[in-house]
Design a protein around this ligand. Structure first.
Ligand code: URA
Length: 238
């Protein structure tokens, strides 16, 4: 990549302003002042501006967020706080959106990105990406529920769902549910078929990636390339 483009991408400034910095001798390549805007950089070259190393801007951003109760999985909303609001303007030049939804009353793992293709891949029904939830119901979990989930529940409106895994935990009312589908209010409606209400629903995992236990409700962090690939095997550009 040309030096002026690299600076403009990394510093989020125009190419004209990048060239001004080069003219002012503010830019070094591998420790040497470089005055040629059209210098072609190799991947190992280190560029700095007034002594500060410049990192190339990532093409896309991928964020893991622990959604709190009462926050909506949307980019903007007139009444409620959204998952994008929780990023507090940390990515001013990007349009981030949630890749997948959780109900307002659900909590846990939400993925935010500006990579539309990636979001499409992980949400595509034919990809069957697993999502794991810890669900608290208002009645003890029964073998009938477990078998019904495994066979594929038929919802009250006649929708026939794909088989899902439901496993008991030490608490009779807490169930670990793994889905490969994303139907509106799916888990609540599945338990509803057995007359059970859902009190709490927390997403723990997407693909092979677990929600970081160090993230308190409302906290977030960027994913590493390795983590992104645990959700979706498509090569990720950064
Ligand atoms: N199923 C639900 O009912 N709600 C969610 O938020 C996610 C899955």
């Amino acid at each position: 990549m040309r030096l002026d483009k690299y600076i403009s991408d990394a510093m989020q400034i125009s190419r004209t302003d990048a060239r001004k910095l080069i003219t002012k001798a503010s830019i070094c390549v591998n420790g040497q002042v470089c005055r040629k805007a059209d210098t072609q950089l190799s991947p190992t070259d280190v560029v700095s501006c007034e002594g500060q190393p410049l990192e190339q801007r990532e093409e896309f951003v991928y964020i893991m967020l622990n959604k709190p109760l009462g926050v909506v999985s949307a980019s903007n909303d007139k009444r409620d706080t959204t998952v994008v609001d929780l990023l507090q303007g940390s990515f001013p030049r990007r349009t981030l959106f949630p890749a997948g939804r959780l109900d307002k009353t659900s909590t846990g793992f939400i993925l935010l990105t500006d990579d539309g293709k990636f979001a499409h891949e992980i949400l595509a029904p034919k990809k069957h990406i697993e999502k794991e939830y810890l669900v608290t119901i208002d009645t003890p979990f029964t073998p009938e529920m477990q078998q019904g989930f495994a066979q594929g529940v038929t919802l009250a409106d006649g929708t026939r769902l794909a088989p899902a895994t439901a496993s008991a935990t030490e608490d009779a009312c807490k169930v670990c549910v793994v889905l490969t589908q994303g139907v509106y209010h799916q888990i609540k409606r599945m338990f509803g078929v057995y007359g059970a209400g859902v009190n709490e629903l927390h997403r723990l995992r997407m693909g092979e990636l677990y929600l970081d236990e160090n993230l308190a409700a409302g906290e977030w962090r960027k994913l590493t390339v390795q983590e992104i690939q645990k959700i979706c095997s498509r090569p990720v550009k950064r």
